[in-house]
Each structure stands twice: as structure tokens, then as C-alpha cells.
Design a protein. Sequence first.
Lengths: 444, 409
Amino acid sequence: MFNYPKGLYVDVRIEDRFTTRITYKNGDLQEQKVRLNKGAFIRVFDGTRWYYASLTNLDQIQDQIDTLASMATPNPKIEDHPYIKMYEVNNEELIQYKENSLKDVPLDHKDTLVKEISDLCTDEIIKTTNVFYVDDVTIKEIYTSKGTNIKFDKQTCGICLRMQCAYKNNKNEFSSSVAKVTFSKLKEKTPFFKKEITKNIEFIKNAESFEPGEYPVLMGPLATGIFTHESFGHKSESDFMVGDEAMKKEWTLGKQVGQSLLNIIDDGTITGNGYVPFDDEGTKGKKTNIITNGILTDRLHSIATAAALEESPTGNARSINFEYEPIVRMTTTYIDKGTTPLKDIVKGIKYGVFVDTIKHGSGMSTFTIAPSRAYKIENGEITTPIKLSVITGNVFETLQKVDAVSEEFELLSFVGGGCGKMEQFPLPVGFGGPYTLVRKLHVM
Amino acid sequence: MKKEKISIRRKEISIKLQASQINSIRVKNIERNAIRVFRDGKIGISGAVGTSLAEELTKQAIDNLSSNIPYPYALESNKKDHRNYTETHYSEFDLMKLTERVLDSLNQEFDDFIFSESIKTIEVDNKFENTEGLDLRYQDEYIELVIVVKAKSSSNLFDTFIGWEGRNLDLDKFLSFTKKQLQAERNEVDLPNEEKVPVFFHSPDSLGNFLIKQLNGETYGNKASLFDNKIGEQLFNKKLTVTQNKNPKTSYSVFFDTEGVTKENDSVTLIENGVLKRVFTDKKNSVKFNLEHTGSATGGYDDVPALGFADIQPSVDSTDIQKVLNGKKAIFVMVAAGGEFNADGNYATPVQASYLFDGKNLLGKIHDFYMSNDIYNMLGKDYIGTFRSEDLYFGEDHYIFGCYMNIKK
């Protein structure tokens, strides 16, 4: 397909994206746009450095390959380089959404659904609403000088409902979002948004202040998902270990890092936001057991990190779009379900906090979750809504304090946000998990 | 038919660092174009990434009129304002040489740290034209250095960062200051043994984001702002002035909003000497809630203009941090990620990277801690001042915000 210069590794990723965005603000149509965009990202490697370019004129790909090659130093032994040896060669066409493509759903059907959700917001406590539908159908092609030639598609559609509420002196904003792979599945979610609106109104009417301190914290599937992603997921991205002997020692596979009931998984084969049939280097997506029974068993890799750490690639090289190079990112990351019923976990908490939904989370040595809806747990029952700023803890200590994970379990996909890593934001990822009890966290 | 044309070109050269070495060079040159058409009080928009034919975009924008999206506002007219803030141009070669010099210098003296992330140049060319005689253009080029620093002995993902933004990097001054920062990073010191401590922020992002939400005209008009019905009231410290800053010289962003509106001196005062003077608005919310129009419409190049984010910042009101501290030790916060204000305006956050600070020098690294305070105190009785960053070389137009915070290990 392309003329690859000798002595260099070259890959070309072409993205063809169809997107729709329909927005209703305070009940009125604000935006309705359909876009078709194409672009390509080219990488050239000479064994020492990478040379990248992104472009929108696909007729110029060959010229750009040649330009990047002129900046590189040809290496006659490039094929012996550990990276190049590790690249998979895949030849496959995996087009799954010919029949159910979101492109074929009439625009007015999408519009009707958003309006239906927007029209649910009638309570006078709701002061502003912003409801939007987005979909994304992406067809990717990846070609490499090693022989990969793949073409695949992926798609998601979703609705996000944001609202600002005010009742007496209580003011708060809430966000509820859901994403599915087909429009018919998304249409089934109207009752979910109805329930969310009811919960938000009840919350704002009754929310009380809460004394900061250290408490047992029970996290719902959404909060568990964010906790997993922020507290541990980012530390499983192995690019931070390359060239860092201290981290290699700290994160030796086989090390006990959490309670034995803890299993953390990243799985690129699950349909939804984190679906990666092939990653952006052409490696097949996989299920990776990061923590098994509290023991560190694997981590997430691109080809470069897998080669540097002499481990196997996991299909986690992802970029947010054709303007960026792939870096190590999560796909769908979750704590696996446990065996304890939720009601038994709640029963065992004398005084603590239940985090139902969250605004955002972040994680380094210390992770934080900013709750949106949180409640007191008193004598084994979830009771009064409470106003919190953040819940926070040390990552390493917290993993050792996970005392229970429920048998109830949910995987979630969203629109209207995503994962950020340095300049690359937002990347769609999957979240979720069981209800998770942490013995003690700082509640502020 | 009235028509507007928006064109945005952004060229980036980015040199990526990994494990204290140059790992890659990336060149991006992306153009985005959009056409808006207006008929019978409605707006139609079409946009595309890449070079596109104006005729094709216009046809699609006319088709988009069938969406019936209302836009009954007068377009900006009869104004030509072309500005080019470019001072220094860096080629791929120049940037590579600069990166090599930075890395050589840091690696030589600080081989106990690992440096990663990127040094990039950003070249922008934004145009906004319409059939009513509006012709605006903003061109600029600047450097962004974001170097993530991790001690080789540390088990954190990163320990601090080195950052700089501006048009003319004084490399010697940058390296001299960076070395002082890294020396402080090597020297771990105790958290001051007091409950309330003067804290200075490298970037008060959480505070800024909270203020933006509360000062948004749509939020205010709908009575969902914490400052509901308080325009004209003295809410904060008499020293505090907060403006919407659209001056590209200091904000590194475009001087017109997404409706093509410009304001005198590129600035609108929102809080003046502690008094809430106005909230920020676009045309729609200004009309809807009878609020003063501040030219604050935002949105992507092909979005319907709307109210969202605003470039707000406190005005510099103080000059000498050391003098203000009067011998007292303060904390300089580099990273306080994940913090949040609750609905009552109470703020709490962990602090992941900070230094003991005497008002001039970073004295030593402080281990992770928590801090909290209330919005009215942070900008009221606990407000210390906003200072031009003279001794701490984080950029050409960097400012430092200071207030007392409650701290806890």
C-alpha cells in the first residue's frame, strides 16, 4: 500500500470518524451536528528515536512518510530491534456494525430521544439542564512495514444529562451519563434517567453538612470504578517503569499489594467505551489480570514498554485520535465481583459513608474522589444525603483496607468525559465493579 | 444570507522525553474550518477538519438550518483587527537543540531524578470573518515546557514538575531557577507546625474553576449560583479584583469570543475591590436575564456559540511576598490534584507536591498533606494577595495567588 523506506520501521493509522452531537439546553435545541472527518497518524522509528506526524489530507501520507524518513537515520538492523521483533503481524478485516451502524439511525430519532430525556426535567428545583446525545462510529486501518494490514470498526452512542439544582440554601450540580453500542439499547435507558432525576431532587432537598474525619466508606459501582481507575489503574500503565529501577523493584510481579479478595482486571475485549479489538499499534486487545487475589500478576503495555521490561504486550497502546501517538492506556478496568451480598455489607457498618455517584477522581500517591451524591450509613442502613468535598486516601494503604466486595456488579460506559493522561484527554474507557467497602478513608 | 467563516490553524512541534532522554519528535499541522449561515433568526453550521471548500461547507451549513436552532442576535460588524503576537519562531531544529541543552544540563547535575513529558512550540492562526464587515485575526507562537520530575528512589508516579510558558525563553534564567527548585526537591522538610498557614499556588485551578461556575451568567440568571442576587455586594477582600482576561499578550488565547465580540482592553472586570460587579455572559444569556453583555461566548470551532468557560484571573495587587510574610514561612503548592468545592463553597484537597517557601526561595520539599478552607475566607479575610512571579520563573506572565489555608498531615 505504501513504499516503506529501507532500514526504518513505519506504521500508518488512518481514522475515518462519523460523529453526531445533539444538545438541548434548558429544554431548547442548542446544537445538532453531524461530522465526517478523516485523518492519519504516521510513525517512523530508526531504532533510536520516533518521528511522528499527523495529517488530514490522506493523499499526502506517502510524502509524509518520506519526510519523516529523511529526518531519521536508517538502521540496517532495524528488524532485529526488540520492539520490531515484538510487533504482531495481523491481517484482518473486522467490520461488525454494517447492519447496526449508528450512521443509519435517522437524525430525528436521535433528536427525539434527547428531547424525551430533557423533557423529564420539569421539577422547579432543577434550575438548568444540559442534555446531549453523542455518537461516534470510527473505522480504523493500520498498516505497518512489518506486514500488518487491518481494518476494523467500533461505535458507541450515549446520553449525558447535566443539571444544576437549588433548594433553599442547598445548591448542587449533577451529571448522569450512559453509553451503549447500539441505539436500540440506548433507547431502553430512559427509566435510568428518570430515576436519576428523582434521586438528585431528593438529595438536594435533604442534604446536610457532615463532620470531616476518617470513616468506613462504601463505594457504589461507579465510585468503585473511578477508585480502581485512579488508585491503581494508572499505576498499572507500565510506561512509568521504563528506565526506572526503583519502580521495577517496587512493582515486581508476584508482590502482595492488596487484600486477598481483590482482583483487578483490564479487558480490551469488552464492548463499550474501552473496546479495543486492536490497539493503535495493531496489537490484538486482551484481558489482563492485573491483580489476582491481592497479588500483582500483570500490567498494561505498549510494544515499547513490553520490550523494555521483557514482558508480553497487552494491547493497551491507545491514542485519543489521529492527532496523537499511542501511549499506554487502560481499556475497561474493574474490580471483579465478590461473594458478599450488598445488604450484608451495609448491615455491618455502624457509622460510615456511602458514595453513590461522583463528579471526578484523580490519583497519584494519593487518590481523591469528589462525590456528587453521598449518604450517611447509620446502624446498617443508608440514611441521610450529605455534602462532601472529597474522599481521599493513600493508594497503597487503601488497597490493603478493602474489606468487602459485593456480589452485585456493574460495568459502565459514559459520554461527556473520559480519562486524561498528560496532553491526551479525553480517552473513552470503561469503568465499574462491585460495591466496595474500604475500612477507613479521609472524608472531607 | 448573512454568513460567518471561522478558520483555526494550529501547528505544534513536540519533543517527547522519556527516562531523561529524547524519545520522539512529533509535528502536527491541523486546520479546522467552519461556516455559519443565518436566516429568519436561525443558525446553521458546518465544519470540517482539514482543508475544505467553502462552497461545500456553506451548502452543508444551509442544510443545517433545517434543525431550526434559534439565533436571533445581531452579528458583530464593521471591525478589522489583525494581531500577530509572534516574537520568536522555533523550527524543529531549534526546538531539538533547546531540548538537548535543557536535558544535558539537568541530567548532568540531577542524575538522581528522571525527567519525562514534553517541550513544544505552538503556532496558532485564528480567523473570524463575516459578511457584515467583521474581520478578526489572531496569530501567535509560544513555547510550553512541561517536564515531569520523579526521584529515582521514589515510588510515586511523579514527584513534581517543571513548567514554563511564554514567547521568549531565557534559557539561563530557566535553568538557574529550575536547579534551585530541584535542589529544594532533594531537601525534605517538615510541614509547618500550625493549623493555618500562608499558601501560595502555582496555579489555583480548583478555585478558578469554582469561580467560573458561580460567575457564569446562565447559572446566575437561573438562581443556581452561590452568589445568587449578590451583584453589587461586597463579598470578598477589598484588595481582590478578578477580571475576564482576553489579552493574548498574557492569556495566550484569542482576543475575541466565539460570537466575534471584542472588549475594550480585552478585559472585563467581574469582581472589583471585593465587590461582585457583574457575571460573564454571551448574547443569549445577556438578553434572557437582562445582564450586562461581557463577550464571553465559548465553544468549538463548529459549535453554536454558548456560555461555558471563561478566562478569568485575579489582578496582580501586591508586589513583595517576603515583605508580606514578614519572616513567616509559607507553603508553595505545585500540585494539589483532585480537590473540590462542595455545594456550600467548602474546599478540601490533598497536596501532592509542595515546597516550604520564604517568599523568594523554595526551601525544601514538603511531604503530602491536606488543606481546606471556605471560598469566602480564601477570597476574604484569608486572602493575602496576587503577585507577579518574579523570583519563581514559571513563565513570562505567570502570577502567584496567596491565601491562608487550614492544613493537616
